[in-house]
Ligand binder design. Structure first.
Ligand SMILES: Nc1ncnc2c1ncn2[C@@H]1O[C@H](COP(=O)(O)OP(=O)(O)OP(=O)(O)O)[C@@H](O)[C@H]1O
Ligand SMILES: [Mg+2]
Length: 244
């Protein structure tokens, strides 16, 4: 089996006595879209932050593109990216300026061309000169997504990337993510509370509850395992009854 692009092995993470992850392991290969699902506080964001090297786990192994994000931070950051509905780019800069700064940081070869293409695909064309602080939350989410695609990442970590998007834009974003996967084989590790979207986008889903993996498989396998017609049904069952 080829080396996975992303892997956690036996990861534990405690915050002052709160165990956010409790022996969590998973891996994702090239071109896979893996969804991390689970109730509020399950440990999803913590897992992404560990993969990004923002948080050092109390125990366990972390590998991204075969490297430790703690030991080879900049080699990893050159080849991955991250977007979250909860991270904002500097408010006083325009959309264009923010993207330009990141393009320079990432050494994007033809920044103007890349920025124009992403801005077009994400429907931000008319907002290029707008101050980032003046954008609606859905527009900021799209700007964050544009930022996360600037360096043609091999792996993207997406924390609720479609939260606050209207249904039309959310659909366009899903199409864009699928196209990125098809064209470049990008690996995505993604969280969402929108179960219909997860079914539409993910090859594989992992259900977390209280820091533990309680189920993993294709959306169809998970539905069958829990005897539910939808992932929404699985979610309700899992979060109300806990692990079986
Ligand atoms: N910096 C921190 N300090 C203390 N506790 C934290 C910290 N970050 C997360 N936690 C705790 O760890 C647990 C997991 O949090 P996490 O943010 O990973 O959940 P999540 O699955 O992303 O939830 P949500 O769906 O609400 O985004 C929670 O109990 C949370 O309170
Ligand atoms: Mg979260």
């Amino acid at each position: 089996m080829p080396e996975p692009r992303v892997a956690l092995d036996g990861v534990e993470m405690s915050f002052d006595g709160v165990r956010a992850l409790d022996g969590f392991s998973f891996a994702a290969g090239a071109g896979e879209i893996v969804g991390l699902l689970g109730p509020n506080g399950a440990g999803k964001t913590t897992a992404l932050h560990i993969l990004l090297g923002f948080l050092k786990p109390t125990k366990g192994e972390v590998r991204v593109l075969g490297m430790s994000p703690f030991e080879r931070r900049y080699d990893v950051y050159a080849r991955v990216n991250f977007t979250s509905a909860y991270v904002q780019l500097p408010f006083n800069l325009t959309v264009e300026r923010n993207l330009r700064i990141f393009a320079e940081l990432y050494n994007v070869p033809e920044p103007e061309k890349k920025i124009s293409a992403l801005v077009e695909r994400l429907g931000l064309g008319a907002l290029r000169k707008a101050k980032t602080g003046a954008l609606s939350s859905g527009e900021q989410t799209r700007l964050n997504l544009a930022k996360s695609l600037l360096n043609d990442p091999e792996v993207i970590f997406l924390d609720e990337p479609t939260a606050s998007l209207d249904p039309d834009i959310a659909d366009r974003v899903r199409e864009l993510l699928k196209a990125e996967r098809k064209e470049r084989g990008v690996t995505m590790v993604y969280t969402s509370h929108n179960m219909a979207e997860v079914e539409a986008l993910c090859d594989r889903v992992i259900f977390l509850n209280k820091g533990r993996k309680i189920a993993e498989g294709t959306p169809a396998e998970i539905r069958a395992k829990f005897g539910q017609e939808t992932l929404e049904g699985v979610f309700l069952k899992v979060s109300r009854e806990g692990a079986e």
